[in-house]
Design a protein around this ligand. Structure first.
Ligand code: AMP
Ligand code: MG
Length: 411
């Protein structure tokens, strides 16, 4: 063992340091088919009015409201039925006084008509006339041209991730390509002489590299593009070389493992050297996740992530993800999936550190039960049962069984 982490920074300080990194200026054009989850680079305005023509909102009859202003059940109004509007075709007839045309939902209102009476409020009188039994007001059951969205209306702000519903609204306006923020490229490098690829059979004393895969998936979920650059041996000059190359290719770099204070841990030295002394973080008051490093290399954030799989996962979730979202152009950058429930057991935090506990969720008649999952940061078994994370701020000793808490859902 060489040195120890003397300068643990608080999570507040760590988050503040991340503010130094800016959103990326790059944008690109994508088609609607590729746009799910992407972030519009500029506010989007509709190029066309919606609907493009006056449409019926009901199945019924198009008429002149003044003809049926006095209609009621006991004194119905008779109208001549002059035809039927076809879906997708502009009506060829016009509706005159005392006349009506059958019209389906969504069809174009014929000229002359200014309202639609629902079919339920009429009675057929032979093939060529109907009885209207309810009074009708002008504009009733009609969505007028541009009434949904006038041309030039701002429908989506910049910076908000596109949902399936957003894609539908854009398609309705004929916006089939759009300018979105480029995905931040995040290089991922694993260190550790004990590691092999997940599809290899580990030799004695070897383990599979799982962090590279998990981190890449977390990057994708947070709106980045992972660049998996493979593994580097526990060798200072190899790490220096590989990290330098990673920084050139990427907007952010994650180095997995080697961030601690063991004799084979070279990340601190390498980051210090490449950043010219701008090692911003050397250990955080976080549990799990104390051995986390951050350097500013040419304006790019380079993280030394803890090797323990659970710690690596938590550090990404609580620190890296919000920076990545902000770099990707998303604002607000942090999306929380909170859920309230009651603890089934007492929980304690690590003294002086912000703690993130793994919990399982169970739905009961009284609401959600929050069940702590025990296990160190080196064991996968605890993650397999983990549905959510519970944050205990530094300074809070813990919670008692029965306390209501808010957790962050992971699934
Ligand atoms: P380190 O941070 O390099 O000291 O590693 C701490 C622990 O995490 C050791 O038990 C490593 O074997 C393990 N570890 C490091 N990197 C990985 C990885 N990429 N996948 C799985 N386990 C890892
Ligand atoms: Mg290691």
């Amino acid at each position: 063992m060489g040195k120890t982490f003397l300068q643990l920074k608080s999570m507040e300080e760590a988050r503040r340091l991340l503010e130094a990194f800016s959103p990326l200026p790059r944008t690109e054009q994508v088609t609607l088919r590729e746009a799910l989850g992407r972030i519009p680079a500029e506010p989007i305005e509709t190029p066309e009015a919606l609907p493009a023509f006056n449409r019926s909102l009901m199945d019924g009859f198009a008429l002149r409201a003044s003809d049926a202003a006095s209609a009621k059940e006991t004194a119905p109004v008779f109208l001549d039925l002059i035809g039927q509007v076809q879906m997708g075709l502009a009506p060829r007839q016009s509706v005159g006084p005392g006349q009506a045309m059958a019209i389906p939902t969504g069809a174009m209102l014929p000229s002359g008509a200014d309202a639609v009476v629902m079919v339920e409020h009429t009675r057929p009188i032979g093939p060529e006339s109907i009885e209207v039994c309810r009074a009708v007001a002008p504009g009733q059951h009609i969505l007028g041209r541009g009434e949904d969205l006038a041309q030039g209306t701002r429908i989506l702000p910049a910076g908000r991730r596109l949902t399936p519903l957003d894609l539908g609204a854009l398609a309705a306006c004929g916006l089939v390509t759009l300018s979105v923020c480029a995905l931040p490229r995040v290089a991922i490098l694993s260190t550790g002489d004990e590691l092999v690829d997940p599809d290899e059979k580990p030799g004695p004393a070897q383990v599979r590299d799982t962090n590279a895969l998990t981190l890449a998936a977390q990057v994708t979920q947070a709106g980045g593009q992972p660049l998996r650059l493979g593994r580097v041996p526990d060798d200072a000059s190899a790490l220096l070389n590989a990290t330098g190359k990673a920084v050139e290719q990427a907007d952010m770099v994650l180095l997995s493992g080697g961030s601690s204070v063991g004799v084979r841990d070279h990340t601190t030295t390498v980051l210090d050297k490449l950043s010219g002394g701008k090692l911003l973080l050397e250990g955080i008051a976080l549990s799990p996740g104390k051995p986390t490093l951050l350097a500013d290399i040419g304006g790019k954030p380079v993280f030394g992530m803890p090797g323990h799989p659970i710690s690596s996962f938590v550090v990404f979730h609580v620190l890296v993800a919000s920076l990545l979202r902000r770099m990707s152009g998303a604002h607000p950058p942090w999306k929380k999936q909170g859920l309230r429930g009651r603890l089934t057991e007492n929980v304690e935090s690590a003294p002086g550190r912000e703690s993130w506990l793994r919990v399982r969720l169970e739905e009961t008649r009284e609401g959600w039960s929050v069940i702590p999952v025990r296990g160190g940061s080196a064991v996968y078994s605890s993650l397999a049962h983990c549905d959510a994370l519970l944050r205990l701020p530094a300074g809070l000793e813990g919670h008692a069984a029965g306390d209501e808490v808010e957790v962050e859902v992971l699934r």
